[in-house]
Design a protein around this ligand. Structure first.
Ligand code: FAD
Ligand code: NAD
Length: 478
């Protein structure tokens, strides 16, 4: 094995593997080190996203949604089935197959593009050197012209709820239950709490979500968050805001949780407890003390807008650096760094990073919320369109939610798009494209959308900004 490379990447999650593949495509001799092992103890690529994050959670979200649809809504369409039952073991093993297929795909992409995959741990030394320790303990010092750090993040643990033997678990454990827990507690009503809470609620768990904040989804548009809470509560998620968990103890195969809220002390008994209170940058063992790379005050690797660390030719991308902890954000940073190493000048536009919560209906947005614009004192106008008025949503029996667009009151430039509804994750991409091209709401309104589609709700919301949606009675006619 060579010990000299143009580029060494540490971490093969979506940030690191994308960086490595793009470097190789650009003709750079590239190695990518990753230490992850799968359930069978075999090396696996793809990081959190493919192994324990985006992909397995969506496999369970899609499967559990189909189950719930069949059980609760098929009859509304005139479809009668026999008793609909769930085989949790099969659902989990199918999820594992999806993961295996995709992680194997990264292996093939590395091979096809000529990236050297090194399975083990990487540690950055001074002078652009990296110690690679293979899983068998063998050590080798590599040197590279450029180094890209992409070690990702890990779940935050909280002292009142220490993880305990499959009973008090983090998101990884919550993807592996072997049966539906009759009573499930979730700490944190963030993205993971709502997604995994939904999975198990659909499959039959009574789910209680304990959230420290008084506000539900403060990062989303207020109107969308309010409607989403109502819908998710209606689906069976018992979301308790303003609660402080003071203790959680596994005892006799169940978990006793104690918490406080404005009304005082409470206790709750559940069969499993998921701790989903955020993730933190993962830098353990990554940096030799004299390597020169610095952390910021929150423990992220310190980088500038171009993902350069304080050491020339050493970059950091993905969850380990500032910004939202999202796979697509990390991927774009990885590609940007690879292309900059090769002499190109791309940038990441952090103003148009889309966010999606894969509940049903999905919640997705890009840009500013109405409350942010209000707080900034900006002059804006709003257009919205409910899916209840969309022909396609009605035909599909999927009418909850709305599209809401906020635009600058003077220039009409789109400042934010917020979707609660079916396929919001796909619809928000149209908004990202529009905002990347600095579109006005009028521009979107002038574009032809196929009928009948959910996308027409985006079109109508854009027309609504000017007060002339066709399928709504408009108060501000122009
Ligand atoms: P990671 O994916 O964490 O990969 C880092 C890799 O580096 C890991 O394999 C790690 O083992 C390895 N590594 C770390 N240190 C070293 C070292 N010193 N030597 C060698 N290897 C090392 N994001 C979305 O955008 N959409 C979603 O739907 C979504 N769903 C999620 C669901 C769940 C349950 C979770 C937990 C996360 C989800 N995320 C989602 C977040 C997403 O997974 C992360 O944003 C993304 O994986 C970050 O990519 P990364 O490459 O920065 O790091
Ligand atoms: P999060 O930041 O989305 O939500 C954590 C929630 O826990 C917050 O609402 C917070 O107020 C609450 N909280 C924190 N401490 C608490 C405590 N002691 N008691 C009660 N509540 C507490 O974090 P997450 O849901 O763990 O997800 C981590 C990250 O993973 C996300 O920020 C996101 O970047 C990424 N992720 C993305 C997706 C997606 O894109 N669909 C899905 C899953 C995860």
């Amino acid at each position: 094995m060579s010990d000299k490379y143009d580029v060494v990447v540490i971490g093969a999650g979506p940030a690191g593997y994308a960086a490595a593949i793009r470097c190789a495509q650009l003709g750079l001799n590239t190695a990518c080190i990753d230490k992850s092992l799968d359930k069978d103890g075999e090396p696996t690529l793809g990081g959190t996203c493919l192994n324990w994050g985006c992909i397995p959670s969506k496999a369970l979200l899609d499967a559990s949604h189909k189950y719930e649809d069949a059980k609760k809504h098929f009859a509304e369409l005139g479809i009668h089935t026999g008793e609909v039952t769930v085989d949790v073991a099969k659902m989990i093993s199918r999820k594992d197959e999806v993961v295996k297929g995709l992680t194997g795909g990264i292996k093939s992409l590395f091979k096809g593009n000529g990236v050297t995959a090194l399975h083990g741990t990487g540690r950055l030394l001074a002078n652009r050197q990296v110690v690679f320790t293979a899983h068998d303990g063998a050590e080798q010092t590599l040197s590279a012209e450029h180094i890209i750090l992409a070690p990702g993040s890990v779940p935050v643990e909280i002292p009142p709820a220490p993880l305990t033997d499959g009973l008090i678990v983090d998101s990884t454990g919550a993807l592996e239950f072997d049966a539906v827990p009759p009573r499930l507690g979730v700490i944190g009503a963030g993205v993971i709490g709502l997604e995994l809470g939904s999975v198990w609620s659909r499959l039959g768990s009574q789910v209680v979500v304990l959230e420290a904040l008084e506000e539900f989804l403060p990062m989303a548009d207020e109107r969308i968050a309010r409607d989403a809470k109502k819908i998710l509560t209606g689906q069976g998620l018992d979301i308790r805001l303003g609660t402080l968990v003071t203790g959680a103890k596994a005892e006799g195969g169940e978990v006793q949780v104690s918490y406080q809220d404005a009304e005082g002390e409470h206790s709750l008994t559940v069969d499993k407890l998921i701790v989903a209170v955020g993730r933190r940058p993962y830098t353990e063992g990554l940096l030799a003390p004299d390597c020169g790379v610095n952390l910021d005050e929150r423990g992220f690797l310190y980088v500038n807008d171009l993902c350069a660390t304080d050491v020339p030719n050493v970059y950091a991308v993905g969850d380990v650096v500032r910004g939202p902890m999202l796979a697509h954000k990390g991927t774009e940073e990885g590609v940007m760094v690879a292309e900059r190493i090769a002499g190109f000048k791309p940038l990441v536009n952090y103003d148009t990073v889309p966010s999606v919560i894969y509940t049903h209906p999905e919640i997705a947005w890009v840009g500013k919320s109405e409350q942010e614009l209000k707080a900034d004192g900006d002059n804006y106008k709003v257009g919205s369109f409910p899916f209840a008025a969309s022909g396609r949503a009605l035909a599909a029996n999927d009418t909850q939610g709305m599209v809401k667009i906020v635009a600058d009151a003077d220039s009409d430039r789109i400042l934010g798009v917020h979707v609660l509804g079916p396929q919001a994750s796909e619809l928000v991409a149209q908004a990202v494209i529009a905002m990347e091209f600095d579109a006005s709401a009028e521009d979107l309104g002038l574009i032809m959308f196929a009928h009948p589609t959910l996308s027409e709700a985006v079109h109508e919301a854009a027309l609504g900004v000017g007060g002339h949606a066709i399928h709504m009675v408009n108060r501000k006619r122009k």
